[in-house]
Structures are given as structure tokens and as C-alpha cells.
Write a protein that binds this ligand. Structure first.
Ligand code: IVH
Length: 693
């Protein structure tokens, strides 16, 4: 096992990986299933390490069910219970400076410290995620458990194994048994991405990143967790075979050395004033962090002292959580606007007297729907309490009834659409009121056009939301097909303020680039209620072409019979979505819009795309690819679409699991990282050749 993985040939690596995978699987069975290991943990680790090194170098030659692939692909069967060897407790809270001073006094008293004896303490961000206990045996991740009720949690090992910032093997020597505790969280960007995706798919949105992280950890299918890009910050320990550090600060250092991420904004202090300073400093950085924190945890640094202090009830005496005041503010609700969305949903929005909440000026807040307004008894003119939780849209929490001005009127939901005047109706059981104007409604038409050109749809470079609004207002585009007729109106475009020859031609060129489009994008772009990118792909794959889909929908219009059964039987569709699809395509107004659009563009059927990709396509299906740098022949979007058409997964960042990195002009850090990890780097031409083989 001395062969340098950097120098081994591909074929030799492939056969060695296959052999190692078998050997490791056999040891796994003996270890987990029969409880009778035949090699030492150190020898096992050596095998696994060698395997992972080779896999990092030749990921595309890894056996599909090898030890690397197992991470994140094995389906969990519900969750077993795990009894925590040391209970996972909670923290006492401090809300003000006096509470903090009392904490420090209490510690000094308990330890009977002389006034001149220094008391070193740490202050670290309190991460608003969910706590997890990671058990390492011989430096190898053996189990991950949720906190549960503190005594008993759930075994979520398979899911946590998919979290990139959780080391699977510790780098460097560690106690034989080492339980690392910390927080699993979801960064704001990922939370936004996930909710946008859920919105497109018509799924309920997560209220905040914490709920979303918790929901993601408890997925039955680890592949779903893997797709959520969770992160982990380590801060504590549970069961350990030997004490891993003498001070908390040194412990955090060890965690970093082993490969854990530790929240970087912590500080140190020797008295209450120092702790408060650290609290302020962390609080000032809070708004710029990419994750939610809800306070600062103060800990006695000396571990021997922590042990002496022990626990009182369910919380340690050696630590306290100094919470941030809730990000709330009072202001006046000056008006209630009603917005009309793409599918006609009317959403009431509070117009607020601008107020600063947690460092951000807020002048609008969501009121969700009319039932919520009634439940909270909100009148225009009321003084309201608003809250900004993490990254979510500010909400109106409650009204101050004592501050209600005389004559303030309750909100009356509109019976007609505020934009087009069509009837606005709530259908049985629906909490949402909808404009019935369909595409006659300007607001719906504009929102649909914005959706049409959005990233997952036609993705027309240079045609942003603002342009759609002004072009629509000025009569340049009313329906999607008009976008493709803009070239006939070049002179009018040139006359517009802010447009010059170059920018008009760039736009027209970007539009021309989209005259050929994959069937799934075309479908998604239509903005049919509840048909998000995922469902559009399913439909495209199932029916293959727009004509076949239209025929099937026509036959399914009776909502019974074979065509209808086939449609609702598509995995992931169901009767609700099928109904939305049939209703859309059988409405003569939307059918006409689709017709007009289909005359302008070439919709590439799935079969066409597959034959263009040829026999090589199958081999690439399921592989992951990262595009980086500037591509010459294709736009990034198109390159992505092509890869997806042949079943590849396009991801944004490079890891050892990435199969290929396609590096265009001026590729930088991603290319370097790929080279470091031994991920195959292709030029654009090489990739095109491979993808089209
Ligand atoms: S120390 C005995 N440090 O806050 C418990 N906890 O409210 C010692 N938390 O259950 C916990 N960030 O999930 C500690 N830097 C941090 C933390 C942290 C978040 C969570 C943890 C705990 C909860 C208590």
C-alpha cells in the first residue's frame, strides 16, 4: 500500500478500488452485522484511507456501491433510537448585563476563587441550528445522533454522513472514543435556494433556516439530505475515552486540527465587562453572517473547573447563553396593498412606516392571507409589532390595540382584482383569494413573463424583471411569443431611453440563442401552477415531445380513462398537478399562447436530445459535473442544460465526489481544487466530445 495515488495508472487504480471496496464491505459486515471484526481499527482505516485517496483521484472509476458512494446513498429505514452516553443538556439563559454579572459571580463563588485569581472564559456565537452528537471510534465517524429529549435521540448517521463539513475520518490522532457535539445548520443562501425551489414546486415553505435544517436531517432518504447542503460547527464533546483538552480554547483548536469547522467569531474575557464586549462585537457582525445565531455562549475555559462546577438541573453551571434581544420593532401600518402573483393569488402586504429592525430598514411586511389579518385583528392605521427572523421576509406579529386610532377600519378583502378588475374569488377550502382574470390580468401576465425569462425557463440574458415590466407597459411584449418578434421592432427599441445599438443587438442576439430550447425548460417556462422544474422534467421525459404531451392532455381532458390514469400515475405528479396541467392546456387562451410560442421556437424533444447525445449519454448519466470559467461555444446555462439532458448532475462546487470539472477560459479556484483532489478536468472541447459521443 505504498503506491503513490498521484502516480498510479487509471486501470490499476480501478482494479485496486474494486478489490478494496469488496474487502471493506466484508469488514463492515463482520463489524456491524456479526460484531466480530477480524482486523484492527487501524488496519481498517488504512484500507479505507487508501480507497478514498484513489477515489478522489479517479472518482469516475469508483465502484457504484463502493464505500465512498455509500455515503449518502443508503436508504435509511426510519430512525433507530440512540441513548446518549452523556445526556445532551441545555443552557441557562442570560437576558441582560446583570444576569451576566451574576453568572460570573456564581462561578467565582462556587469555585471559591480569590479575588485576584483570574477567571478565563470564552465567548462564542450561539448557532441557531440543531444539536448533533457525532461519535468517532478510532478516528472514524461511527454514529450521528440528534439531541431528541436529551437522553435519547435518533440515529441519523446516514444523513449526517452527507454533510461535507462533518469529517468522516479525523486528520490526526484522536482518543479511541470521541463524541463531538455541535450544531447542524443551513446557510442563508441555501435556505433561500431551497424555499425558491419549493415555491416553484408548490410545496409548503420552511419558516426559517433552523426548521429547514431540522427537516433536512430527518429525511428518510439520505440523498435528499445530501441535496440540502447542510453545514456543521463543532463546539463540545460528550462521551470520550480520555479528556481531549485542558481548556475550552485548546479544545476548539483540536477540533480545527481534526478537520472540523469552528464558528470563527469567538473571543475571550476575564470578567463580565469583557463578556459583554464580546457579545456586542459578535452582535455587530451578526447581520453580515451567512447563518443565524441567536446569542453568545459564555463558557469557563478551564476544563477541570468545568468538571468541578458540574450541572444544576438540566444545565451546566460553567456556561450560560446570553441571548440577543429579538429583532422586533413597533411601527405604524400605513396601508395594506394587495399584490397579484403569477397564478393570480392575491397577497396582502403591509405598507409600514420605515423602521430599523436588526440593522435593516423595513418598510414592507407580509400579512400572509386574509384569514391571518382577521385572526390578528389588523386595521389600517394600527401600531404593529414586526419581527425579522433571520433571513425571512419581515412579518407582522401582532397589533397594539391600545394604540389604535379612532375610526381605523378593518381590512376588507377585495372582491375584484386590484389590477384588472376581474372577480377575485376564494374557492372552497383555499386560504388564498385569486384573480379569475387569467392572462387578461396585466399583473398575472407580467409575472408570467418574468417567470418565462427566468433562469430555469428561457433564461434570456439581459432581459430582466424591470425590462419585462417596462416593455409590457409600453406594449412591446404582451405574451411570450412577442419576445421572439422583438427583432422586428429593433427601431423602436433603439428609440428607447438607455438603449444603444450595442445593447439592443446584444439583447436580440440573446433572444435568438434561445430559439432552440429543451422541452422541459419550455414547459417550466409556461408557468403552469404547481409545475416546477422537477415536474417539468418528469413530464418531458415521460412524453418526449410537446406534441405528444398535447395529445395526451387532450385525451385526458375528461379526467378519466387511460390517458388521465397515465398522467396522474407519473411518479411525483398526482391528481392535483395533473389537474393544473390539463386545465392550463385546455384553456383556449393559454393554448393559443403556447401555440404562438411554438411557432417561434424549436422545442427540442427528449428523444432528439438523447440522440444528439448519442450512446455516450448513458455512461455519463448520474455523474456530477462542475462548469467553471468562461465557455466559448456554449453559455453556462446551455452547457448545464445539455449536461442535465443526458442525466448528469450539475453542481456548483468541487469536492472529491465530483466526476468532472469542465474548465473554460480563466478558470480559477475551482479548477485548482479539482486538480488538488484529482478530479478529472476537461477542456470545453473535450467535454463536448464526451457528452456528444
Ligand atoms: S454549549 C450542556 N455552545 O444551544 C450544553 N451550545 O440552548 C452545552 N448551541 O443544546 C451546549 N451554539 O444546541 C453550546 N456555541 C455553542 C452553541 C450551543 C448553539 C445550542 C446547543 C444547545 C442549545 C442550548
Amino acid at each position: 500500500m505504498t503506491d503513490d495515488p498521484e502516480r498510479i495508472g487509471e486501470e490499476a487504480a480501478a482494479s485496486e478500488m474494486a478489490r478494496l471496496a469488496e474487502e471493506i464491505a466484508a469488514h463492515d459486515r463482520r463489524y456491524h452485522g456479526e460484531d466480530a471484526p477480524v482486523i484492527s481499527d487501524a488496519d481498517y482505516d488504512a484500507l479505507l484511507r487508501r480507497y478514498l485517496e484513489l477515489e478522489a483521484r479517479f472518482p469516475h472509476r469508483a465502484p457504484p456501491d463502493g464505500p465512498g458512494a455509500r455515503v449518502g446513498s443508503r436508504p435509511a429505514q426510519g430512525f433507530e433510537k440512540v441513548i446518549h452516553a452523556r445526556p445532551m443538556l441545555s443552557l441557562r439563559n442570560a437576558f441582560d448585563e446583570e444576569d451576566v454579572a451574576e453568572f460570573v459571580r456564581g462561578v467565582r463563588r462556587f469555585l471559591n476563587l480569590e479575588p485576584e485569581t483570574p477567571l478565563a472564559m470564552t465567548a462564542e456565537a450561539k448557532i441557531d441550528g440543531l444539536s448533533i452528537a457525532l461519535r468517532y471510534e478510532g478516528g472514524r465517524l461511527a454514529q450521528a445522533a440528534t439531541r431528541g429529549d436529551g437522553r435519547e435521540g435518533e440515529n441519523v448517521t446516514r444523513n449526517i454522513e452527507t454533510v461535507e463539513s462533518v469529517p468522516k475520518l479525523l486528520s490526526g490522532p484522536a482518543p479511541e472514543v470521541l463524541e463531538v457535539r455541535g450544531e447542524i445548520y443551513m446557510a442563508h443562501g441555501e435556505f433561500r435556494r431551497l424555499n425558491e425551489e419549493r415555491e416553484r414546486e408548490g410545496l409548503p415553505l420552511y419558516a426559517n433556516p433552523r426548521n429547514s435544517a431540522a427537516g433536512s436531517v430527518r429525511q428518510i432518504d439520505p440523498a435528499v439530505t445530501a441535496g440540502r447542503r447542510l453545514r456543521f460547527f463543532a463546539y463540545g464533546w460528550g462521551e470520550v475515552s480520555e479528556r481531549p483538552a485542558e481548556t475550552h480554547a485548546a479544545w476548539l483548536e483540536r477540533l480545527r486540527d481534526w478537520g472540523f469547522e469552528v464558528e470563527p467569531n469567538g473571543g475571550r474575557a476575564e470578567d463580565a465587562a469583557g463578556l459583554i464586549d464580546a457579545h456586542r462585537a459578535i452582535g455587530e457582525r451578526r447581520a453580515s453572517l451567512d447563518y443565524d445565531i441567536d446569542g453568545v455562549v459564555y463558557k469557563v475555559d478551564n476544563i477541570a473547573w468545568q468538571e468541578r462546577l458540574g450541572f444544576a438541573g438540566r444545565a451546566p453551571r460553567w456556561a450560560v447563553a446570553h441571548k440577543f434581544p429579538a429583532e422586533r420593532a413597533e411601527t405604524v401600518l400605513e396601508d395594506i396593498l394587495v399584490q397579484v402573483g403569477r397564478t393570480g393569488a392575491l397577497t396582502p402586504v403591509a405598507v409600514l412606516r420605515p423602521v430599523t429592525v436588526g440593522g435593516v430598514v423595513v418598510s414592507r411586511a407580509t400579512l400572509h392571507n386574509e384569514d391571518e389579518i382577521e385572526r390578528k385583528d389588523i386595521h389600517v392605521g394600527d401600531t404593529v409589532v414586526i419581527q425579522r427572523a433571520g433571513d425571512v421576509i419581515p412579518q407582522v406579529l401582532e397589533v397594539r390595540p391600545d394604540k389604535r386610532p379612532e375610526g381605523a377600519e378593518p381590512f376588507r378583502p377585495p372582491e375584484t382584482c386590484p389590477v384588472c378588475g376581474s372577480e377575485a374569488r376564494r374557492d372552497g377550502g383555499d386560504v388564498v383569494r385569486r384573480c379569475t382574470g387569467g392572462l387578461v390580468c396585466r399583473a398575472q401576465a407580467v409575472e408570467r413573463l418574468k417567470h418565462f425569462v427566468s433562469r430555469g425557463g428561457f433564461d434570456i440574458e439581459g432581459l430582466g424583471r424591470k425590462h419585462i415590466e417596462t416593455f409590457h407597459a409600453d406594449g412591446l411584449i404582451a405574451a411570450p411569443a412577442d419576445i421572439f418578434r422583438l427583432r422586428e421592432r429593433r427601431a423602436e427599441l433603439l428609440d428607447r431611453e438607455g438603449w444603444a445599438e450595442q445593447s439592443v443587438d446584444n439583447l436580440l442576439e440573446a433572444i435568438e440563442e434561445r430559439r432552440r430550447i429543451s422541452f422541459d425548460r419550455f414547459l417550466y417556462a409556461l408557468g403552469i401552477r404547481h409545475i416546477g422544474e422537477g415536474n417539468a422534467r418528469l413530464l418531458a421525459r415521460h412524453y418526449g415531445s410537446l406534441d405528444a404531451l398535447r395529445d395526451a392532455v387532450a385525451s385526458a381532458a375528461s379526467r378519466e380513462g387511460e390517458a388521465w390514469e397515465a398522467l396522474i400515475g407519473i411518479d411525483g405528479m398526482g391528481a392535483g398537478r395533473a389537474e393544473d396541467l390539463v386545465a392550463f392546456l385546455s384553456d383556449p387562451r393559454s393554448a393559443e399562447i403556447v401555440e404562438a410560442l411554438a411557432r417561434e421556437v424549436a422545442v427540442e424533444g427528449v428523444a432528439d436530445a438523447a440522440s444528439a447525445a448519442g450512446a455516450g449519454a448513458g455512461a455519463l448519466a448520474g455523474r456530477t459535473v462542475v462548469f467553471t470559467g468562461t465557455l466559448a461555444a456554449l453559455s453556462r446555462r446551455e452547457a448545464k442544460a445539455r449536461a442535465e439532458t443526458i442525466g448528469m448532475r450539475v453542481v456548483g462546487s468541487v469536492s472529491a465526489k465530483t466526476d468532472f470539472v469542465v474548465a473554460g477560459e480563466a478558470a480559477g479556484s475551482k479548477k485548482r481544487r479539482a486538480e488538488e483532489l484529482g478530479v478529472k478536468v476537461l477542456t470545453e472541447d473535450e467535454w463536448l466530445e464526451l457528452a456528444e459521443r
